[in-house]
Every structure is written in structure tokens, then in C-alpha cells.
Design a protein around this ligand. Sequence first.
Ligand code: C2E
Ligand code: MG
Ligand code: MG
Ligand code: MG
Length: 281
Amino acid sequence: RAKAEARGAFRFFEPEMDARIQAKRLLERDLRDALAAGAFNVHYQPIYDLATERVCGFEALLRWFHPVRGPVSPAEFIPLAEEIGLIVPLGEWVLRRACEEASRWPADLKIAVNVSAVQFTSASLVTAVRETLRATGLSGHRLELEITESVLVGNPGATTAILHSLKGLGVRVSMDDFGTGYSSLSYLRSFPFDKIKIDQSFVRHLGEPDGTDFIVRAVIGLGGSLGMTVTAEGVETDAQLARLRAEGCDEVQGYLFSRPVPASDVAGVLERWNGTERAIA
Ligand code: C2E
Ligand code: MG
Ligand code: MG
Ligand code: MG
């Protein structure tokens, strides 16, 4: 009877509900079902090393194909998954899938996996990483976790402890989307990151009049002096690549090299970029 009442109450308020709230509620319901239904997939985007002129790894990017809406952007559903408490199982699923797949690739390739702030500071992260490495046989040195600056805001003590535990497993940690969040240069000094990823919003305006060259140059200098690898994201043009090369950027990633591809296309990407001595730009 309570259930019937609740349903009645829902019907009563329903016409007054904001259509956007309803749409979000439906999306949340579908998101809950999607993991069980196998509706998620992982795509891989190559990361290109400018010193060796080779693809040195791939970033795992989650894909959700909604039965009605088609592909939904992770920028839309990751925050929802965080809100409804689904991010930890979903994140662990991505980690497992990506490490399984990467364990079949040539051993010099790394795999980068995005970890949301909520997942990073959850009690189970380090255990999940250790267990995933054990189960997949992937060496910890081949795994990179990408976190954003928001992780650093909450509890710096806990974050430092987690970073050190991950390092104990040989796992590297990257600062993703650098320059877009609550950036503070002191974060870079206090937390032992291995890599800085320059956000694509800075790469996009490279070489333009009043562009972002000075920011990119500063971040590359900063990363270099802190002993961190610097990767530029969202590289789409030869001109951007040439600028990044000239500034001494270590690695690049973007549509210029490849869009994120399904696991079955990884070999093709490797053949294209590493298979032959190919000079680029
Ligand atoms: P991100 O980690 O910064 O990933 C880079 C995003 O830029 C990806 O978008 C990628 O497809 C896109 N991208 C790569 N090259 C280019 C380019 O040349 N031009 C442009 N315009 N875009 C490019 P995507 O796959 O839509 O992912 C968006 C964000 O969603 C990611 O940003 C990441 O923050 C989050 N995300 C994706 N997968 C996962 C995941 O498994 N777990 C978590 N927690 N977050 C994820
Ligand atoms: Mg990333
Ligand atoms: Mg990024
Ligand atoms: Mg980077």
C-alpha cells in the first residue's frame, strides 16, 4: 500500500516536474542497468612520444551506447555515475577491461586509465588496482592513472597516502586537464605526479595571435624542472604539433594521430605509427 501511495505521489508531482530533471532521472536508471547489460565499452587513443617518434601507450576512454539515445558522452554520464554511487564499480570495470586488453599488447606500451575524484579517494582504489594487476598479469609500471585537480581539493593527506601506495605498486599517476581546475603550482610540488597533461583548451589556440603559446611553454618548463613528463592533449593540426615539438613537449595525443578506437583497431594504429619508419610533420 505504501508503494501504491508512493507511486500516486509520483504521478501527482510528475506533470510539474521539470522535463530536464525527468530526463536525468531516466538516464540515471539506464546508467544503472547499463553495466549489467554490457552496454559499456572502452576505446583507446594512442599517445605519441616525440623523442622516440613512436606510440608509447594508449588512453582508455569509456564509451556508453544508449539503446535509444545512441552514444552518450562520458562528460555527461561520468558526473551522473558519481552522483548515484555507480562510479566505483564502473571505474573498476574500466580498469579491469583496460588492463586485460593492454596485457596482450607489446610490453613497451603503457595504458592510461582515468580515475574520477570520487573513485580515487574511495577506500577500495589501491586494493582494486593491486587485484587488477594480479589478475591480468599486467606490470604496474605499464599502468598510469589520470586524475584531475579536483582530487587535490578535498583531503591532501589522504591523497598523498594513496599516491604513495600506488607508487609502491609501480603505478604512475598523471595530472589530467592541467590548468582548467583549481590549479595551484604548489600542488605540483606537494604531490608526486609523474606526468602533466596540458588541457586541449590550451593546445587549441597554439600559434594563434594572442594565443596560448606562453602558457604551454610555461607548463612544459615547469614539468621539465619538476622531472615530470609533459603530454599535450587535443593535438589536431600539424602546426600545433610543430609548436609543441619546438617547445620541447614530451608526448602528444589527439585526432591528428588517431581518434579513440575500439580494442580491435589498436593493432592497426600501431602498424600505422610504429610499423614503419615514418616521419611526421
Ligand atoms: P580526458 O581524460 O581529458 O580525455 C580526453 C578527451 O579528449 C576524450 O574525450 C577524447 O576523445 C578527446 N580528444 C582526444 N583527442 C582530441 C582532439 O584532438 N580533439 C578534441 N576535440 N578532442 C579530443 P571523451 O572520450 O569524450 O572523454 C571526455 C572525458 O570524460 C575525459 O577527458 C575524462 O575526463 C572522462 N572520461 C572518459 N572515460 C573515463 C573513464 O573511464 N573514467 C572516468 N572517471 N572518466 C572518464
Ligand atoms: Mg584523461
Ligand atoms: Mg584531459
Ligand atoms: Mg598529459
